[in-house]
Write a protein that binds this ligand. Structure first.
Ligand SMILES: [Fe+2]
Ligand SMILES: [Fe+2]
Length: 403
């Protein structure tokens, strides 16, 4: 696909190893992990030279997105769309050009020393954390890079902001990938770009989904940072010390999407916008909760209680989101958490079915009632009385850049 081909180009710029087999159609849904050095005595078996680690693509795995770039061009054409506040975008561009974190992502020898001390299950959990985070950051890089390229003629200011956001995401992904090198691994981002399935979202859905993922990213990073600052005995890998400034990048990205949505009031001011806002809130919150509850060992490893951490992040993200989305979920209603916990229990049963030795047909039969139960929980959560919010008088809302 032309778009995907174009997306591949920037990889070489930040020095990610390409391999000749990255386009192997026999492994379309795998992420390839390669060893980067000769294993040290503390190296786990998965990083032995030449060993590739395959990670299954699941519904809950970080996704890559593509969109209708022609429609994006129309939306950001200031001759067609008179709502585009050029002064506001110009001000945001200056913020991005300032590049507050230009010199922030500098590693030191603490990283390798800390990685070498991590052993056993916690080591594996850290590797998975780095790999999933790197994939998610890289996904943002690809989408923003392409938007920067495609909007250059129609709206150079918005295009440049997208390019500068892709700079940030490349930095984040690169930093996480360097973290993997402490474990003698590297995520082959070139392979990932080519082999990964891209999820198509119309522009309006890109706005909802990306705004939420930036803001939830901000709240996750800042919460982990503050927790580890208060409880330094759990600081077992130095990457978390970088989260304070790092999360400001995500906050700025979210604020930019908020400005973009203000320029598209048709995506915020009718009943359909309310339904979609609630839908995206639900998808993002449930995905995070189910994902994190499968990885409690990681959160407990850094001294957090997984569900409490997630609920804090959901509540704060929802409060932030309520400033711009026309409706949000009532996540502070105890029924919301109760339903999330029901979903976790059902998801655990679904995972257990996958672990059995049954033939695929039997597994699928066993899954039917569980999937029906999960869908019914999702529906009930979606239909909980929502909170009307945000966008009625959006002109009063200005993005807040925390510095
Ligand atoms: Fe990022
Ligand atoms: Fe971001």
């Amino acid at each position: 696909m032309a778009t995907e081909m174009a997306l591949v180009k920037p990889i070489a710029k930040f020095g990610i190893t390409k391999t000749p087999k990255w386009n192997n159609p026999s492994v379309p849904f795998c992420v390839k992990m390669m060893s980067t050095t000769t294993p040290t005595p503390t190296t786990t078996t998965s990083s032995k030279k030449g060993t590739k680690k395959a990670i299954k693509e699941t519904l809950l795995a970080p996704r890559f997105y593509t969109t209708d770039f022609d429609e994006m061009e129309t939306l950001f054409n200031s001759e067609i769309n008179k709502n585009l506040n050029e002064a506001e975008f110009e001000a945001l561009l200056q913020e991005f050009k300032t590049d507050y974190n230009q010199t922030h992502f500098v590693r030191n020898k603490e990283f390798k020393e800390a990685a070498d001390k991590l052993d056993g299950p916690l080591r594996q959990i850290f590797v998975e954390f780095l790999e999933r985070s790197c994939t998610a950051e890289f996904s943002g890089f690809l989408l923003y890079k392409e938007l920067g390229r495609r909007l250059k003629k129609t709206n150079p200011v918005v295009a440049e902001i997208f390019s500068l956001m892709s700079r940030d995401e490349a930095r984040h992904a690169g930093f996480l990938n360097k973290g993997l090198s402490d474990f003698n691994l590297a995520l082959d981002l070139g392979f990932l770009t080519k082999a990964r399935k891209y999820t198509f979202f119309k522009p309006k859905f890109i706005f909802y989904a990306t705004y939420l993922s930036e803001k939830i990213g901000y709240w996750r990073y800042i919460t982990i940072y503050r927790h580890l600052k208060a409880n330094p005995e759990y600081q077992c890998y130095p990457i978390f010390k970088y989260f304070e400034n790092w999360c400001q990048d995500e906050n700025r990205h979210g604020d930019f999407f908020s400005a973009l949505m203000k320029a598209q009031p048709q995506f915020l001011n009718d009943w359909k916008a309310k339904l979609w806002s609630r839908f995206f809130c639900l998808s993002v919150y449930v995905t995070m909760y189910l994902n994190d509850c499968q990885r409690t060992a990681f959160y407990e490893g850094i001294g957090l209680k997984t569900k409490e951490f997630d609920m804090h992040v959901i509540i704060e993200t929802n409060r932030t989101t309520a400033r711009i989305f026309p409706a949000v979920l009532d996540v502070e209603n105890p029924e919301f958490k109760r339903r999330l916990d029901n979903m976790v229990a059902i998801n655990e049963k679904l995972l257990a079915v996958g672990e059995t030795d049954d033939i695929p047909l039997v597994k699928n039969f066993k899954r039917i009632p569980l999937i029906a139960a999960l869908v019914s929980e999702l529906l009930a959560t979606y239909l909980m009385k929502p909170i009307d919010s945000g966008s009625v008088d959006i002109s009063e809302f200005d993005p807040q850049l925390v510095y």
